[in-house]
Design a binder for this molecule. Structure first.
Ligand code: PLP
Length: 406
């Protein structure tokens, strides 16, 4: 029989544990480089001005109520979300070979995709993740019983992509494996394949009949350019791949806690693609119903209001450029401070990497030392959230790094 006392203690989530330790630290110059959430130049969370506007519009709408959304979510949101990632002129959308389900942010989208594949992908495939990857990928696929494996990704020597290792592992994987790919701004490394490398990967995945699963948590946030950050996904779709996409609006709208996200499935251009998509859509609805019944409304309404209004959309792009731009400025500042200090090692990777994170190359011991001597909080793999840096603390951080690596 069930014995409650026999339930073992689970380890604390490392990232959220780090956050709690930071909060409890009374030191005035402490620096939080842990969690991947945008901070303004005063280290404060930033409500996007365009989100404030959308919020005001929604509050003034007398027709708004608190009824359930449909099982697949707010249609005006999911269709705009599909256009955002696939491109408004995407042939896949025109040919009705896509289906979209609103999810509990990006995490929920990865989960729904994993669950769907666990149920319907023939032959019990293994999913391959980059090593390293967002830690939750492992747990999510484990939870639904999909075996997991990894492909090399990060080269410790160049602090860039280990493209040879990546290609070898993908070509050694059994045919028809699931290959999880970060659409842009790879978490945790900040290292993305180039467009030429993406093209090679597409050839390789096609040759092996692998199934691409794109995780897209940083569109627009990485480069400040929505189309540029969606390039890889759109390229794979243009090559006729059947694929799926987990899309988060946490970072690019600053809607972290509102859990706005979407799962998209795209089939290849076959004559009966629309029928196939109808069947997939019906199964996704059944899975969604049993898991969450229907998704949360508020974040989706905010995003939908902005995505469907050209003036607000343009303002959102402006907000995105501001966030991406501040982070790029901080990358330059950090690199130049470290170079100025002649800190041992090379630091070009700080500006070569993109998006929310930088993989500094600091060792676990150095990370611990940074915390002990300088009250700097970062994950033990040496990842820093660039958004935690600002004009007020970048020099302090650079000097602390300089101290610990000498
Ligand atoms: N996927 C990756 C690679 C991420 O970095 C994140 C957020 O950190 C997510 C998915 C999903 O986050 P959320 O569930 O908050 O949208």
């Amino acid at each position: 029989s069930f014995s409650a006392e026999a339930v073992p203690l689970a380890p604390e989530d490392p990232l959220f544990g780090l956050m709690a330790a930071y909060r409890a630290d009374p030191f005035d110059k402490k620096v939080d480089l842990g969690i991947g959430a945008y901070r303004d130049n005063n280290a404060k969370p930033w409500v996007l001005p365009v989100v404030k506007k959308a919020d005001a519009i929604l509050r003034d709408d007398p027709a708004l109520n608190h009824e359930y959304l449909p099982i697949a979510g707010l249609a005006s949101f999911t269709s705009a979300a599909a256009k955002l990632i696939l491109g408004a002129d995407s042939p896949a959308i025109a040919e009705q070979r896509t289906t979209s389900v609103q999810t509990i942010s990006g995490t929920g989208a990865v989960h729904l995709g994993a669950l769907f594949l666990a149920r319907f992908y023939p032959g019990k495939p293994t999913v391959y993740f980059s090593n390293p990857t967002w830690a939750n990928h492992n747990q999510i696929f484990n939870n639904v019983g999909v075996p997991v494996a990894t492909y090399p990704y990060f080269s410790k020597s160049t602090k860039g992509l280990d493209f040879t290792g990546m290609k070898k592992a993908i070509s050694d994987a059994p045919d028809r494996s699931i290959i999880l790919l970060h659409a842009c701004a790879h978490n945790p490394t900040g290292v993305d394949p180039t467009q030429e490398q993406w093209k090679e990967l597409a050839v390789l995945l096609r040759a092996k009949s692998h199934f691409p699963f794109f995780d897209c948590a940083y569109q627009g946030f990485a480069s400040g350019d929505l189309a540029k950050d969606a390039w890889a996904v759109r390229y794979f779709v243009s090559q006729g791949f059947e694929l799926c996409i987990a899309q988060s609006f946490a970072k690019n709208f600053g809607l972290y806690g509102e859990r706005a996200g979407c799962f998209h499935f795209v089939t290849g251009p076959a004559t009966d693609a629309t029928k196939t998509i109808g069947r997939i859509s019906s199964q996704l609805a059944i899975l969604q119903r049993s898991e969450i019944s229907n998704p949360p409304a508020y974040g989706a309404r905010i995003a939908s209001t902005v995505l469907n209004d050209p003036a607000l959309f343009a303002e959102w792009e402006e907000n995105l450029r501001e966030m991406a731009g501040r982070i790029i400025t901080m990358r330059k500042a950090l690199r130049s401070k470290l170079e100025e200090l002649e800190t041992p090692g090379s630091w070009n990777h700080i500006t070569d990497q993109i998006g929310m994170f930088s993989f500094t190359g600091l060792s676990e011991r150095e990370v611990q030392k940074l915390r002990d001597v300088a009250h700097v909080y970062m994950t033990k793999n040496g990842r820093i959230s660039m958004a935690g840096l600002n004009t007020g603390n970048v020099e302090y951080f650079a000097k602390a790094v300089d101290r610990v690596v000498r």
